[in-house]
Ligand binder design. Structure first.
Ligand code: NAD
Ligand code: MG
Length: 394
């Protein structure tokens, strides 16, 4: 029997983090938790430390670190508590680590995720924003370090499963005509355009098929999530935006498809539960139990498909445009979206203002190349500043 793999979970207290720990706990002989991080809900993080006994835990600031450290020590745990981005990068890159689950939400995950990549780890990528922001640099770092990058986003995990092992030779070379990226359409697929102006954060976060963090739930409702995923797929599979078609499939059972030149279309199906892609990536190329119930085709009975309506979902168009502009545009799109979603969740702007705000930021931001990480963060900072100005004059 091989020694268990030591796993760092960045964003352990989140939806993906908890699902990851659920799968890991089913296979103690295969996986051992090396480190966990949390940003809020630190009581939950403490409970996770009791359950998984990591060597390290990372919290956002020194005060939180002191109090967590004291409580863990009093309970007889020898978990060392580290602080902030530096702490995140060190648990991502530590020599003892075999595998890193990158499940922090948003731009905050970029440096730690890249630290894992640069250290040549097996990196399970849930934090799509990191790749969207820094695509070219990120993929360069993967090639340079020899890191193994495995997609956790259910669509990208499905595409990965439907592609041949040598897809890195190029999609045309392996006979792929296009990638069909499925989307549920979210909770507002059929809401009238007039009513869309007035939907609440609670309605936006009540996703019909998936239970997720609040930011990605709003992204799913606006379909910015699919826009970010389109950009994510371009980088992961070296595809052009035109090679990716978004298909609305409301049951969320087909997680995406690959269409080949001979007319074959391969799909990956399963119940909408993130433990399937997590277990797939953890064990790849083997298969392990994830705790997900088997798919019951008979109770499902039917699968529906429709074309997305870009008038209803302008974020899809904005993402496609940012993808074809390239350079810093996807980073600006992502930053403006993060500010807009936070403002919507705080009740400061309406749902349809999200796209308006992003479009205004993208129009105000000059296109620029991003050849180093500093330039990516500069674009991110400027887009956030423009978004805040937009908010101030709202
Ligand atoms: P979540 O909000 O439930 O969890 C986010 C995690 O990140 C938490 O542990 C939180 O403490 C941490 N975090 C938040 N802000 C931070 C900061 N500034 N610094 C450090 N840590 C911070 O989110 P989630 O739904 O688990 O999503 C995580 C990532 O996975 C996102 O990028 C999301 O797009 C992606 N993803 C999620 C799902 C899903 O089903 N939930 C599916 C596909 C992809
Ligand atoms: Mg997804």
């Amino acid at each position: 029997m091989m020694a268990p793999q030591r796993v760092t979970v960045l964003g352990a207290t989140g939806s993906i983090g908890l699902s990851t720990l659920d799968v890991i706990a089913r296979h103690p002989e295969r996986y051992q938790v090396f480190a966990l991080s949390g940003y809020s809900r630190l009581i939950e993080l403490e409970a996770l430390c009791h359950r998984h006994r990591p060597a390290y835990a990372v919290v956002p600031d020194a005060d939180a670190a002191r109090s967590l450290q004291a409580r863990l020590r009093a309970a007889g745990l020898d978990t060392a508590v580290l602080v902030g981005e530096e702490g995140l990068c060190s648990i991502a890159a530590a020599p003892e680590v075999d595998c890193v689950m990158a499940a922090i939400v948003g731009a905050a995950g970029l440096r730690p995720t890249l630290a894992a990549v640069e250290a040549g780890k097996k990196v399970l990528l849930a934090n799509k924003e990191a790749l969207v922001m820094s695509g070219a640099l990120f993929m360069q770092a993967v090639r340079r370090s020899g890191a193994l990058l495995l997609p956790i986003d259910s669509e990208h995990n499905a595409i990965f499963q439907c592609l041949p092992g040598d897809y890195a030779r190029g999609l045309e070379m392996v006979g792929v005509r296009r990638i069909l990226l499925t989307a549920s359409g979210g909770p507002f697929r059929e809401t009238s355009l007039a009513d869309l102006e007035h939907v609440t954060p609670e309605q936006a976060c009540a996703h019909p098929n998936w239970s997720m963090g609040r930011k990605i739930s709003v992204d799913s409702a606006s379909m910015m999530n699919k826009g970010l995923e389109m950009i994510e797929a371009c980088w992961l599979f070296d595809a052009r935006p035109e090679q990716i078609e978004v298909v609305i499939h409301r049951q969320s059972v087909i997680h995406s498809l690959v269409d080949y030149v001979d007319g074959s279309v391969l799909a990956q199906l399963g119940n909408p539960d993130m433990r399937t892609p997590i277990a797939h990536a953890l064990a790849w190329p083997q298969r392990i139990d994830s705790g997900v119930a088997p798919l019951d085709l008979f109770s499902l009975a039917r699968l529906d498909f429709e074309r997305p309506d870009e008038q209803r979902f302008p974020c899809l168009r904005l993402a496609r445009e940012a993808a074809s502009v390239g350079g810093g545009a996807p980073a600006a799109l992502n930053a403006a979206n993060e500010v807009a979603v936070a403002a919507f969740l705080q009740g400061r702007i309406g749902f349809t203002d999200i796209a308006r705000m992003i479009e205004s930021v993208l129009n105000a931001q000059p296109v620029q190349a991003v050849e180093a990480l500093d330039a990516v963060f500069e674009v991110d900072r400027r887009a956030r500043a423009l978004a805040s100005e937009w908010l101030a004059s709202y």
